[in-house]
Design a protein around this ligand. Structure first.
Ligand SMILES: [Zn+2]
Length: 443
């Protein structure tokens, strides 16, 4: 039984009626489903119910556990059985069990394989979901993906510098210092044909000194994830799954060239809030941000790819919001620290930065469309502009690609196929390279 099956069983078992304890019916909230989204970054458990769950959370050490007391919920056999089937291969949660702590209180215990930071909150009904209690378990020993990535950049800089030095040392500079001909060797010295060539002369005289060569940082942002499937195709294909697959392939392709490093806002099936995606991109000093999605429409014949950049209005409201946000004011925008500056000046700097960024986003988008066109028909021939939250970095050129319409049966089939995913990945790599390689050499 795979994880999804186990969760389905769990969900069915939990869909119970009113509690009957000691012959007294308790009209408590009905639990409708329990889902777990185990990941390396964090594990999210969602308990869905028809009314808001009242809970009390506590943590215990040695061994690490999280205890959640649920008011007016029964720890019946179905609940126990369901929890026993819960598997967790990748996350911090190893086992979940439930017991009747008090007649009207069920106690849910999560056993963990490491100490975890725990957050729990309730969400009101939205879309297809009813009330949800969300428990996030973030392992404390988990590597910080941003720190790991920044270390990777430093390592890559060193590699690029070494490669650059080697290249420079191989560059012939005969006019400066001609290599001594073999005949110049003294007669008593054997000239070995296999001997290493004479050390090349230093080339510093006619070349600029080597500068730190920074790899381009590409952030790929596969949309949705975890509890949020995104659009669902008529054959049941999830947008979150295909965009993740496309992003993984794109990373592999882009990183074949050592001048590029790729950071993914999610590498697995977890939910990442939109603001966190933007924050991550800024945290790794992204040169470009590419969000990958699949479109959906009520009409099944809607088809083709589209590329979006931030709209004027989105940009204006973003500037206003950044100014309003104290946290952002102390942030570096386009290399200029805004903290403590005159608000009008800060606004001007920010708007200038944003308008340069917008022009770059459009350029990135146009190149992307040119690369996608041979691979998939275009829904829109020009870069569209909309107020997508993930595109709101004032200083990172950002685009959102709707790879195709997953609501179109034909395009759904293509999106799910490995070969088409690879074609799209090649196109995305092409668009990213087209834009970045046209940038002036950074150092
Ligand atoms: Zn989407």
């Amino acid at each position: 039984m795979n994880r999804r099956d186990a969760l389905a069983v769990l969900a069915r078992c939990l869909a119970g009626g009113a509690l009957v304890l000691s012959g007294v019916a308790i009209a408590g909230p009905k639990v409708l489903a329990v889902r777990a989204w185990p990941g390396k970054a964090y594990t999210r458990v969602t308990i869905e119910s028809d009314a808001e769950l009242k809970f009390f959370l506590s943590t215990l050490a040695n061994p690490d556990r999280v205890v959640i007391d649920l008011s007016d919920v029964a720890a019946d056999a179905a609940f126990q059985q369901a929890l026993s089937t819960l598997r967790n291969d990748t996350g911090v949660l190893t086992r979940a069990r439930i017991g009747q702590f008090r007649p009207e209180t069920a106690r849910l215990v999560f056993e963990l394989n490491a100490r975890a930071e725990t957050a729990a909150f309730v969400l009101p009904p939205v879309g297809q979901y009813k009330h949800r209690l969300v428990i996030d378990l973030t392992p404390q020993n988990a590597d910080d993906p941003i720190a790991t990535f920044l270390a990777k950049i430093i390592e890559r800089e060193a590699q690029l510098e070494k490669a650059d030095e080697e290249l420079r040392s191989r560059t012939p500079v005969a006019a400066v210092a001609p290599a001594p001909p073999a005949a110049a060797a003294k007669p008593n010295e054997a000239v070995k044909p296999s001997a290493a060539p004479p050390a090349p002369p230093k080339v510093a005289s006619n070349k600029k000194p080597a500068a730190v060569i920074k790899p381009f940082v590409v952030v790929l942002d596969p949309g949705h994830g975890g509890e949020d499937p995104g659009a669902i195709g008529p054959a049941g294909t999830y947008e979150k799954d295909v965009v993740l697959a496309i992003a993984h392939k794109t990373r592999l392709l882009i990183e074949q060239d050592k001048r590029f490093v790729v950071f993914m806002t999610r590498e697995e099936d977890v939910f990442i809030p939109l603001a966190d995606r933007v924050k991550k991109a800024r945290g790794v000093n992204a040169d470009v941000f590419v969000s990958i999605h699949a479109d959906a429409f009520t009409r099944p014949d809607a088809a083709g790819s589209s590329v979006y950049a931030l709209s004027e209005r989105g940009a204006t409201s973003t500037a206003a919001r950044w100014i309003a946000d104290k946290e952002n004011q102390s942030d570096l925008i386009g290399g200029v620290r805004l903290a403590g500056r005159d608000p009008a000046l800060a606004k001007m700097i920010l708007e200038m930065s944003q308008s340069i960024t917008n022009a770059d986003s459009l350029k990135l988008g146009r190149g992307m469309i040119a690369e996608i066109e041979p691979v998939n028909r275009l829904h829109k021939k020009n870069v569209e502009q909309a107020g997508f939250a993930v595109l709101r970095s004032p200083d990172v050129p950002s685009i959102l690609i709707e790879t195709a319409f997953i609501s179109n049966p034909e395009e759904e089939k293509k999106l799910a196929s490995q070969s088409h995913q690879l074609k799209l990945a090649r196109a995305i790599r092409g668009g990213v390279r087209r834009y970045l390689l046209a940038q002036p050499q950074r150092s």
